[in-house]
Ligand binder design. Structure first.
Ligand code: KIV
Ligand code: ZN
Length: 447
């Protein structure tokens, strides 16, 4: 039997854009939408047309520029919102109106000031209206995970009857935990009449850092659409991160036997484009697309990587569009990686000579954290001048390897902030040989 397909609904341009500092103008949204198309997302939620003229124009612009995916526009459960969304979507080949209305008592009493009965009627009426404009209507009971389940089921049944085609279950405040969310999705699948006619979707926020875990458990319990954003941007702590969900499904297909239409090699380029447009940097240790996601500094790890990448990598960097793994030279690095980098830079050392370079390297790394190629070159020349240069004919392939391995991906930077401007490796790196026991060095060779 074929694996079930998971629809990837990208809301970077709507929920993602709602995060502080992430707002985008029409041109920027269209540019990112084109990249989301290359990435292969199934649905692009392009904006909230009633919110502003800019958002209205952005939905129109994305719909005109990107014909393949479904283009969704958000609307509150109100006539004017729905009409505005429908108008913005007029040129979309595959439009979707996404209607939402809060269902939790907290929201009904304090925000909307309506009764459950009014909520039920408003939800169904709005979906019926949306269906007069468009065959594809999604309904979201906002704050679903804090809604009394029996009432939630009632609302879901009512909107199915009114014509909703996708039921999205938002964990609006990132409150739910995986087992609980899995139970909720399973109960919806088992208890809501008519549910077999619609797609169940997840929409998880990351306030407890559980958005991806909750989305995955939703899928395992019957959700067939996941709403997510590039780099996990979104309200407060963000939305479930698209790249993490997609790669979890791909790397752990043994546990999650589902397919998506995502071209995973486009994940990193998409992440980079979003970073460029918003100016919001991705945290270095962010899974999949962070600067350090494929960087290895510990000597034992570098040694393992040089012998077989499977020792410390569960996916290849190329599979997500990252050019290659990086061996970062720092104080945890070992001789194996140091020797390789020296060769890549055009210098060959016999073992005892390399020991001397290594001694100096460790002292330097202790002080400046990351040793870049220009530091290393300075250090090598200080120790041995040019006497160990590999003859020109032999260097070509090593330099090519250096490029492939991401050698010196950082432009020549001055020494770290706080170091004096005339700071140099010269004079810093001589250590008495007694500090390095020969026996230990033998043991550590290759580490
Ligand atoms: O988090 C949320 O509840 C939303 C809805 C509008 C789907 O973003
Ligand atoms: Zn949201």
């Amino acid at each position: 039997m074929d694996s079930p397909r998971i629809t990837i609904f990208d809301t970077t341009l709507r929920d993602g854009e709602q995060s502080p500092g992430c707002s985008m103008n029409v041109q920027e949204k269209v540019r990112l939408a084109r990249q989301l198309d290359r990435l292969g997302v199934d649905v692009i939620e392009a904006g909230f047309p009633i919110a502003s003229d800019g958002d209205f124009a952005a939905v129109q612009g994305v719909a005109a520029a990107v014909p393949r995916p479904i283009i969704a526009a958000l609307a509150r459960a109100a006539r004017h919102d729905i009409e505005r969304a429908a108008l913005a979507l007029r040129s979309a080949i595959r439009p979707r109106i996404h209607v939402f209305l809060a269902t939790s008592d907290i929201h009904l009493q304090h925000k909307l000031r309506i009764s459950r009965q009014q909520c039920l009627e408003q939800a169904a009426e709005s979906v019926r209206l949306a269906r007069t404009f468009c065959d594809d209507v999604e309904f979201s009971p906002e704050d679903a995970t804090r809604t009394e389940p029996e009432f939630l089921f009632q609302v879901l049944e009512a909107v199915i009857q009114a014509g909703a085609t996708t039921l999205n279950i938002p964990d609006t405040v990132g409150y739910t935990v995986p087992l609980e969310f899995g139970d909720l999705i399973r109960n919806i699948r088992e208890r809501v009449r008519g549910i077999e006619r619609v797609i169940i979707s997840t929409h998880c926020h990351n306030d407890l850092g559980l958005a991806v875990a909750n989305s995955l458990v939703g899928v395992a319990n019957g959700a067939r659409q996941v709403e997510c954003t590039i780099n996990g941007i979104g309200e407060r702590a963000g939305n479930a991160s698209l790249e993490e969900i997609v790669m979890a499904l791909r790397v752990r297909a043994d546990r999650y036997p589902y397919v998506t239409s995502i071209a995973t090699e486009e994940l990193y380029p998409t992440s980079q484009l979003l970073e460029e447009i918003t100016g919001i940097p991705v945290q270095p240790n962010k899974a999949i697309i962070g600067r350090n996601a494929f960087a290895h500094e510990a000597g034992i790890h570098q040694d393992g990587m040089l012998k077989n990448r499977l020792t410390y990598e569960i996916m290849t960097p190329q599979s997500v569009g990252v050019p290659d793994s990086k061996l970062v030279l720092g104080k945890h690095s070992g001789r194996h990686a140091l020797s390789l980098r020296c060769e890549q830079l055009g210098y060959h050392f016999e073992r005892r000579e390399l020991d001397e370079i290594y001694r100096r390297f460790v002292v330097l790394a202790d002080q400046i954290k990351t040793v870049h190629d220009h530091h290393l070159l300075e250090l090598v020349r200080e120790a041995y001048g040019e006497s160990h240069r590999i003859p020109p004919g032999r260097v070509g392939s090593e330099q090519a390897a250096a490029v492939a391995a991401g050698a010196e991906d950082t432009p020549h930077k001055p020494f770290p902030v706080g170091a004096p401007s005339d700071f140099s490796v010269v004079g810093l790196t001589s250590v008495p040989a007694s500090e390095h026991l020969a026996e230990q060095e033998d043991y550590l060779w290759g580490v």
